[in-house]
Ligand binder design. Structure first.
Ligand code: E4P
Length: 214
């Protein structure tokens, strides 16, 4: 499973990148706002920093406007993936961009049938938001194996990119369900590596090592 980081914070991207296991970045308008920086400047910096795909989201809500924005965003780097909302106009834009050979990430997906539509429109990635479903009392992770099965049934190549991840169990369940990608907030990235028994065990090894004669 590929690991993307879900942030527009350059320091977080650099730290995750330094681990050597970062495959890409996803952003959205709210994450850009949180960065406190001008969109173009931060988007270009992210594209230069990371080799893998960088999802940049359009903000227009009609197909022609989305296509115009996509043409502008595509200039920020060869690794740009155009993020489109899962609405009828977004699907139209997805189809058109796919025909032009542009990579797309269809976002704000909350059901397996929405994911089926995105795949039929040729999306490179589908982003089901598991955490936001949990937030309204549904088990968000339930839709991931369903999307996996639908895509496998029909041989769709759209990659399942699990989004709105809130904790390490979401990452575990995404991997068990055969998701292609998890996009992970920096806070969860840090949680993934730590285990109290690792820290305790290492402290004991280092303590005992001091008492070993060379
Ligand atoms: C996905 O691409 C989105 O940027 C993100 O995962 C949304 O997560 P949130 O529900 O924590 O805002």
């Amino acid at each position: 499973m590929k690991f993307f980081i879900d942030t527009a914070d350059i320091a977080e991207i650099k730290e995750a990148h330094a681990l050597g296991i970062l495959d890409g970045v996803t952003t959205n308008p709210s994450l850009i706002k949180k960065s406190g920086r001008p969109f173009k400047e931060v988007a270009k910096e992210i594209c230069d920093l990371v080799d893998g795909p960088v999802s940049l989201e359009v903000t227009d809500i009609d197909c022609e406007g989305m296509l115009k924005e996509a043409a502008e965003l595509a200039q920020y780097g060869d690794n740009v993936v155009i993020k489109l909302p899962l609405i009828p106009e977004g699907l139209k834009a997805c189809k058109r961009l796919t025909e032009q050979g542009v990579k797309t990430n269809v976002t704000l997906c909350f059901s397996p049938v929405q994911a089926l539509l995105a795949a039929k429109a040729g999306a490179s990635y589908i982003s089901p938001f598991v955490g936001r479903l949990d937030d309204i009392g549904q088990n968000g992770m339930e839709i991931i194996p369903q999307i996996r099965q639908i895509y496998d049934n029909y041989g769709f190549e759209t990659e399942v990119l699990v989004a709105s991840i809130r904790n390490p169990i979401h990452v575990l369940d995404a991997a068990l369900a055969g998701a292609d990608v998890s996009t992970i907030p920096f806070s969860v990235f840090k949680q993934l590596v730590h285990h109290p028994l690792t820290d305790k065990g290492l402290a004991q090894f280092l303590k005992d090592w001091k008492e070993v004669k060379a």
